[in-house]
Structures are given as structure tokens and as C-alpha cells.
Design a protein around this ligand. Structure first.
Ligand SMILES: C[S@@+](CC[C@H](N)C(=O)[O-])C[C@H]1O[C@@H](n2cnc3c(N)ncnc32)[C@H](O)[C@@H]1O
Length: 205
């Protein structure tokens, strides 16, 4: 036979009230913290970390999507230009897709995270943009930029000094680099658009 205490718990309203009135003990708090930590670790390991295993820690830049304003500003600084466009660390592909829609062809996104590459391809397919647009699962530090006339970056300030060296060594004359949220540390911009986190800087080679 069911015990009376369990019978009392069968009333959902009563159980909810009891739950609300209960204070968490130290052990329960510890379990909660461990549980949240585990969820955060699994999210990081499965969704954010793939692709980065061979990239030195100091060069790893986490995914943060550009804001809609930021994308608009990138496009305003690339408008009227022609030639190959690349986004170094293309995330879910929003900048590449927008640039492609504005007529920049070919448009290429380099991204290490396979989930983001798959998402970017899905967005492109849904938008009907498949020709002259591609997302490559590659480390952009290992890609030659010698034929890239339009380069977009939205990366962490810590990697930008090294990126300056790569861009300077590889980009052709007349190329334009646009950097979102953080400026290139030593280059002099030819234009700056937007405010705060949406700000974008343009540099010409
Ligand atoms: C701050 S997010 C910017 C995403 C996208 N460009 C945007 O503006 O929405 C930086 C992206 O660069 C990618 N990334 C970082 N280092 C990379 C590398 N060496 N090669 C390719 N992708 C990289 C990250 O996975 C992340 O998606």
C-alpha cells in the first residue's frame, strides 16, 4: 500500500508549494554548480571547441556573430568594389552571404568550427546563393591571401598584430581590409563607420 507521505506528494500543487518553500542545502548547491559546470563544458567541447585542436591557444578566437549593424557597416565599406571577398573566421556565414548578395564574387568564408560551416552552408542554400559562394573548413592562418581583394575580419585584439603581418605579406596592391569591432593595432584606417561594438575600420593596401 502507498504510504501517506507519498500520497500527499501526489498533489502537484502541494508538491510545488513544498518545493518553493524548501531552502537549498550545501550539497544541493554543490550538485547544481557541478551540473551547470558540466553543461557548460559539454557545450564548449561539442559545439565551440571542434576544429581548434590544432590551433595554438593564443590564436583561438571564440565565435561571436557580427551584429546586423556591423554587417551593414562592413558592406558599406566594401560597396562598389570587385574581386574575391573573404571573411577570415566566417562563423555562421552572415558577412559572406551579405557580401555575395551585394555582388562580391567569389565570396569565401574560412571557418574551423564544422557546426558553423554547416550552418553557413544551410543559410546560403536557403537564400538560393550557391554559385560563387563557399565556406571552407580551413585554418585561415594557413591559407594564401594573394588573390583576395576584399577581406573582412572580426577577431580578438590578441591575434590582430600577427594578422597585420600576414595581410601585409600576402595581400595584393589595391586590396581592402575591413575589421569589425576591433581596429588593426598599427595600420591607419582610410574610413571608420559606426559606433561602439558596431564600429568597422577600413584599410587599403
Ligand atoms: C568573432 S567570430 C566572427 C564570426 C563572423 N566573421 C561574423 O562576423 O559573424 C570569429 C570566428 O573565427 C573563427 N576562427 C577563429 N580562428 C580561426 C582560424 N584560425 N581559422 C578559421 N576560423 C577561425 C571562430 O571559430 C569564430 O567563428
Amino acid at each position: 500500500a502507498a504510504c501517506p507521505a507519498a500520497m500527499e506528494q501526489d498533489d502537484p500543487a502541494e508538491a510545488l508549494t513544498e518545493l518553493r518553500e524548501r531552502r537549498l542545502g550545501a550539497l544541493e548547491l554543490l550538485q547544481l554548480a557541478a551540473g551547470s559546470g558540466l553543461v557548460a563544458y559539454v557545450t564548449w567541447a561539442l559545439l565551440l571547441q571542434p576544429g581548434f585542436r590544432r590551433v595554438p591557444l593564443r590564436l583561438q578566437v571564440p565565435y561571436v556573430g557580427a551584429s546586423a549593424r556591423q554587417v551593414e557597416h562592413v558592406l558599406s565599406l566594401l560597396r562598389g568594389r570587385s574581386g574575391k571577398m573573404v571573411d577570415l573566421g566566417s562563423g555562421d556565414g552572415r558577412v559572406v552571404l551579405a557580401a555575395h548578395k551585394c555582388g562580391l564574387r567569389p565570396a569565401v568564408g574560412y571557418e574551423l568550427n564544422p557546426w558553423l560551416v554547416a550552418l553557413a552552408r544551410l543559410h546560403a542554400w536557403k537564400a538560393g546563393c550557391v554559385a560563387s559562394l563557399c565556406y571552407r573548413r580551413e585554418d585561415f592562418w594557413k591559407v594564401s591571401l594573394k588573390d583576395c581583394h576584399n577581406v573582412s575580419v572580426f577577431l580578438a585584439p590578441s591575434v590582430l598584430p600577427l594578422l597585420e603581418d600576414k595581410l601585409q605579406a600576402e595581400l595584393p596592391l589595391g586590396a581592402r581590409v575591413v575589421s569589425g569591432r576591433f581596429p588593426l593595432p598599427t595600420w591607419k584606417p582610410v574610413a571608420v563607420v559606426g559606433e561602439g561594438v558596431d564600429r568597422v575600420w577600413a584599410y587599403d593596401i
